[in-house]
Design a protein around this ligand. Structure first.
Ligand code: PNS
Length: 162
């Protein structure tokens, strides 16, 4: 059985993430979406909330599991015995950071963890969790960016009635 994981912050999950999840789940027998519990950052949603949102929006993908991790990606990968991480590449601006992370993870894992990049579908290339939060915070329309149930939770968090 081939397995991979898709690590990220997912604060919150967007249609861009969902596109990568759907395509990753078609390539691998099992795809674990791994939400980073990063104590150094203050996300809008707790790790439990992000996991719950991901579980809701990936219900139709039977081979997708949602998990969370803290610490280094390579340690989580070793613990799960998974050797491939997938990441989405939106534009050249993502490339430098992603390349550095992929190279470091390969080095630190002594070649055990590789990163596979999926180029984001063009209609989602402009999307990011940060821009979704900024639009929502000012009462803008995020319906084209995130699934309906995610949009509701995001607006609720900012006390925006729409
Ligand atoms: O969605 P994001 O915030 O772009 O995801 C970044 C993520 C979670 C993949 C990255 O920050 C990460 O792997 N963090 C875990 C800590 C780690 O392993 N750092 C070393 C990578 S070089």
């Amino acid at each position: 059985m081939t397995s991979a994981f898709y690590p990220g912050s997912f604060d919150p999950v967007t249609y861009g993430h969902l596109d990568i999840i759907r395509r990753g789940a078609e390539i691998f027998d099992e795809l674990i979406v791994a939400v980073l519990d990063n104590k150094a950052k203050t996300p809008l949603f707790s790790v439990e909330e992000r996991v719950r949102m991901l579980e809701n929006v990936t219900r139709d993908f039977p081979n997708v599991k949602i998990d969370s991790f803290s610490g280094l990606l390579i340690d989580y990968a070793a613990q799960k015995n998974i050797h491939v991480a997938i990441r989405g590449l939106r534009a050249i601006t993502d490339f430098e950071y992603e390349l550095q992370m992929a190279q470091l993870n390969r080095l630190l894992s002594k070649g055990k963890l590789d990163t596979m990049f999926l180029t984001t579908t063009l209609e989602y290339a402009y999307l990011s969790s940060s821009s979704v939060k900024e639009i929502a915070m000012f009462g803008g329309d995020i319906s084209q960016c995130v699934p309906e149930q995610v949009a509701k939770v995001v607006y609720d968090r900012y006390h925006i009635a729409r």
